[in-house]
Write a new protein. Structure first.
Length: 94
């Protein structure tokens, strides 16, 4: 199950109910259900840029999440991070 924000309501949904564009929350070490873009604000879905490369941080499907700030400092700045799904996970199982 994944924490999802839809219509300003937080829910927990199974991966097969997720859709492209959903905003999900992942914690350190959780797997991405699909390719996802790290965002700073769920209402505007603006990408967070990696300070070194000025590129959006995209977490690939099925990889465990390690926050960019945890890599740089050794400590994550928060417990959960928001992502916008770039893909529909269920589409890959058909």
């Amino acid at each position: 199950m994944v924490r999802v924000i839809r219509d300003s309501v937080r829910r927990r949904l199974f991966n097969n109910l997720l859709a492209k564009g959903d905003i999900i929350e992942l914690a350190l070490g959780e797997q991405a259900p699909a390719d996802a873009l790290l965002i700073t604000d769920a209402t505007t879905a603006k990408a967070t840029v990696n300070d070194d490369h000025q590129e959006p941080f995209i977490l690939k499907s099925q990889l465990c999440f390690l926050p960019p700030d945890a890599v740089a400092t050794g400590q994550p700045s928060r417990t959960h991070y928001k992502f916008e799904l770039l893909d529909t996970p269920f589409a890959h199982t058909l």
